[in-house]
Ligand binder design. Structure first.
Ligand code: ADP
Ligand code: MG
Length: 249
């Protein structure tokens, strides 16, 4: 019997809404090495889940499966009503309405801040005045409006991560995925940026999966913490009310 973690989006509503993310019996092998072992998790719309666990337990692998950069060896993934991975079927990353940010920022060094943040809009055909307004409003949100013409190389690590965050949210994706975005920063900066991100993510109300090995970050940022051990979700702890109630399927 496998543990299934499910969610009650609204404690007063008897019929829970369809989860924004459903991971059902997902396993992942690399050759003979089983990295994920029948993972089940449901994330309600608007919830920020921290995936917390030691190095090597499979956090990044699970995030790559959500993003579509990897295809699961078995199991299914759904975003709301939409199946994104099952059997041989895989919806490509660009069709999953995702925003992503990683540890190494992954900014384009030859583009300035504006161009980096505008890129996802450019990809979906948002140009001209509308693009400019969206980019500048997003840069305002991350306190970088005055830096739009700088190249990433002319920014501090914290500022670069803010640019990456702006790029992740500018096109208003349905789901945000973060893989240890703050772990390259020094401690003080990590703490202040973590609090900024917590505020911003709550304002946006976007469903988010936030991978970290830092329990403080998880506690500050997330509505609930899914603890991973050896390729399984060992436990889900709720931080704020109206979030996750584990039950046995
Ligand atoms: P975490 O992010 O929790 O540190 P990962 O998901 O990156 O862990 O990795 C989990 C395990 O899967 C590790 O043992 C890692 O070496 C292995 N792994 C990850 N990606 C690959 C890959 N592409 N090929 C082979 N093994 C991999
Ligand atoms: Mg990792």
């Amino acid at each position: 019997m496998s543990m299934q973690y499910s969610v009650v989006a609204d404690a007063h509503n008897c019929a829970p809404a369809l989860p924004a993310i459903t991971v059902h019996q997902v396993s992942q092998f690399f050759g003979a090495n089983q990295v994920l072992n029948h993972v089940n998790i449901e994330v309600p719309k608007g919830t920020i889940v921290a995936l917390l666990g030691p190095s090597g337990c499979g956090k990044s692998t699970l995030l790559k499966l959500l993003s579509g950069l990897l295809h699961p060896s078995s199991g299914e993934i759904h975003f709301g009503e939409m199946c994104v991975a099952a059997g041989k079927f895989s919806l490509p990353p660009e069709k999953r309405s995702l925003g992503m940010a990683f540890q190494d920022y992954a900014l384009w060094p030859h583009m300035n801040v504006y161009q980096n943040v505008a890129f996802p809009l450019q990809m979906c055909g948002v140009r001209g005045v509308v693009q400019r307004e969206k980019v500048m409003a997003t840069l305002e949100r991350v306190s970088l409006a005055d830096f739009s013409l700088r190249r990433p190389g002319e920014l501090s690590g914290g500022q670069q991560q803010r640019v990456a965050l702006a790029r992740a949210i500018v096109a208003e994706p349905q789901i945000l995925l973060f893989d240890e975005p703050l772990s390259n920063l020094d401690r003080d900066l990590r703490e202040s940026l973590c609090e900024e991100m917590a505020t911003l993510l709550r304002q946006l109300g976007t469903t988010a999966v936030y991978v970290t090995h830092d329990p403080n970050e998880a506690q500050t940022l997330a509505h609930c913490i899914a603890r991973m051990e050896h390729g399984r979700i060992a436990r889900v702890d709720q931080i704020e009310s109206s979030c996750i109630a584990p039950f046995v399927a």
